[in-house]
Ligand binder design. Structure first.
Ligand code: ZN
Length: 390
């Protein structure tokens, strides 16, 4: 007998849909197709060149950090290539008849041969009045052909590219209307924020501190997990909590747990343990808001409007310039990683220690009753940590 469905909050329904949608990037044939489009060898050569510059900087004492992974350098090259050579941004398309400027007039849904239907934006030419359609494809296979769109298309296609290289990747959806990705760095033991539209790596506070975004929910989706990653992207957790009104924190947590459990059911016990350990490290990271670096605070408003900036994040507190022989793009930004020390300390903890740390941090039951806030995040995160370790 069919169970009667409980009506879902629209936000929670979107969480479900987005978690289902990332599985498209797991199609092996599609990954092969994507990988064939990436100039992998060129990216590797460029990454090796950066590695040599870094090693030189370490030798000459300009940079103390020697802990750099070639995979991260290839990731930086991939971001650079994706933005500057592969994908293009479309605000409003040129007129298909006369290439004139167009303006948006509405939407039209077109069913795609009974398969996935997609939304078309309709534009009218300001010169000749002709109509131009701008299809908003959500299938990354289609995006490998069209290679254009806005942040949704960019993140979707970039995620496929990263998956095709075998990297653990998340699609990150910000409820205030932006999308990007995260790639897991084995050497750092944490997720790296990657915004393909901006060619920026590891500057998660740039949206709040640089663009002035009022974040509420930032959700991350991968093959194995759905995770609320809002806390990585904000240093004002209290204010974010006030804006989270789409559902209760308990409902969100329950939805994430249900989806995670269902998705991980077919994984090996070893893989599940690995994911749990990794998640616990991440939850601890989320408990302490980080302060934005100067770069996160200032730089990014400019970066939004220029396509020629390249952000290199290689390690904490390094200040050196990577020289690069690309003809057009010559501007580089080197970021600092503020709280790396705290994060890596958190990650070194074994899960038992982590659990006892979490226990120490848990507000007493009396406190939780007295204050509705304390039963929300970060206590909500702790509740998740407990359920994972029990
Ligand atoms: Zn026209």
């Amino acid at each position: 007998m069919k169970q009667k469905k409980i009506p879902q909050q629209p936000f929670l329904q979107r969480v479900r849909n987005d978690f289902a949608a990332v599985l498209r990037c797991e199609d092996k044939a599609l990954q092969c197709k994507a990988r064939a489009l990436i100039p992998v060898r060129d990216l590797e050569i460029a990454a090796e060149r950066s590695m040599r510059s870094l090693q030189k900087a370490v030798k000459s004492g300009q940079n103390k950090e020697s802990d750099v992974d070639i995979q991260e350098l290839v990731l930086l090259e991939l971001l650079f290539w994706f933005k500057n050579s592969f994908f293009s941004w479309v605000d409003s398309p040129e007129c298909s008849k006369c290439n004139g400027p167009t303006k948006f007039v509405g939407h039209r849904i077109i069913p795609d041969n009974g398969k996935q239907s997609y939304r078309n934006e309709v534009y009218v030419c300001e010169l000749c009045q002709a109509q131009t359609l701008f299809p908003r494809y959500s299938d990354p296979e289609k995006l490998l052909e069209t290679r254009r769109g806005r942040c949704g298309e960019w993140a979707n296609c970039f995620m496929l590219m990263c998956r095709s290289l075998g990297w653990d990747t998340r699609c990150v959806v910000d409820e205030t209307d932006h999308l990007w990705t995260e790639v897991y760095s084995g050497i750092r033991g944490r997720w790296l924020h990657c915004d393909p539209c901006e060619n920026v790596c590891d500057a998660p506070l740039m949206y709040e501190a640089g663009w002035g975004k009022q974040l509420s929910y930032v959700m991350a989706y991968s093959r194995d997990e759905v995770q609320d990653v809002t806390w990585r992207y904000s240093s004002q957790h209290d204010r974010v909590l006030e804006r989270r009104t789409a559902c209760s924190e308990a409902e969100l947590l329950a939805t994430m747990m249900e989806l995670r459990t269902a998705r991980q059911r077919c994984l090996s016990a070893a893989r599940r343990t690995h994911l749990t350990r990794r998640l616990l490290g991440e939850l601890v990271e989320f408990l302490t808001p980080r302060q934005p670096t100067d770069n996160e605070r200032k730089h990014y408003l400019q970066i939004r409007t220029t396509s020629s900036q390249f952000t290199v994040l290689l390690s904490q507190s390094l200040e050196f310039t990577v020289s690069r022989t690309t003809d057009l793009q010559r501007q580089f930004t080197v970021l600092e990683l503020g709280s790396l020390q705290l994060r890596s300390t958190a990650l070194e903890l074994r899960s038992l220690q982590l659990r006892s740390t979490a226990l120490e941090l848990r507000p007493s039951d009396a406190d939780a009753d007295a204050d509705a806030h304390s039963s929300r995040t970060p206590a909500g995160l702790l509740a998740l940590a407990f359920s994972l370790t029990e």
